[in-house]
Design a protein around this ligand. Sequence first.
Ligand SMILES: C[S@@+](CC[C@H](N)C(=O)[O-])C[C@H]1O[C@@H](n2cnc3c(N)ncnc32)[C@H](O)[C@@H]1O
Length: 246
Amino acid sequence: MTPQPYKSFADSYDKIMEGRYVSLGWHAFQRERKRLGLRFTRVADLAGGTGEAALRFARQYPVTVVDRSQAMLARARRKMRGLTLLRQDLRNLKLPRLVDLAVCVYGGIHYLTSLRDLTKVFRQVRANLLPGGTFCFDQFTAHGLKTSYGGGRETFVGKDFVSIWTHRWDAKQSRSIIHVEGFSRRGKTWRSQPPETHLHQAFSLAQIRAALRVAGLKELRICELRSGRKPQAADHQRLIFARRIP
Ligand SMILES: C[S@@+](CC[C@H](N)C(=O)[O-])C[C@H]1O[C@@H](n2cnc3c(N)ncnc32)[C@H](O)[C@@H]1O
């Protein structure tokens, strides 16, 4: 079994991602929220990692961040007081109170590597939503994953870290495999970080729709993330809204 990622990598991840995708995702979410006329009172940020999305929501709503990585939650804790942080696996999600918005953004959904797990998580999401509550998540399409993480190497360099991502596309399993390694600096000493493997599973629109249906969630809207237009084969990323059927 592949060990769970986001241990040694948590620190560099946060520095690489900080502010990078948040604005894009946030604007897309707000655009669609307005279009659908949605309102919320309590939010859960699922696979919320270092809390980048949660920080935005927390300006308006009480937010619970759920993640299985202790290192990621530790970073979220340092960013803001008042967030409720829960260390849980989404497959066994159990929130202290039902919410009327559950989000899973910036690629959290790709860490579910089978349709069975995807459906399991959707069922848990439904069970933790108030009747009529909304579930919103984003996803890379297979085309998007292949284009962004389908073969090659990226190196990210900060003043106290270097992170090297080597990736390939596994056509048989329909997923990207990303090997992450790097170095971090404490004082004058550089240390190598234990390597991690990140699997990014692609799910087709048909699979997503089937999993939502089986879980008792009704599709509200699926669109291309940046533009908001209807899904097309050439899409890289999509945004999906569903509602708990009472
Ligand atoms: C790409 S990061 C997204 C982080 C976050 N949404 C953000 O705003 O930066 C993926 C996160 O999903 C978490 N994760 C992956 N699989 C999970 C699972 N089964 N249950 C809970 N968390 C999970 C990882 O620990 C990691 O923090």
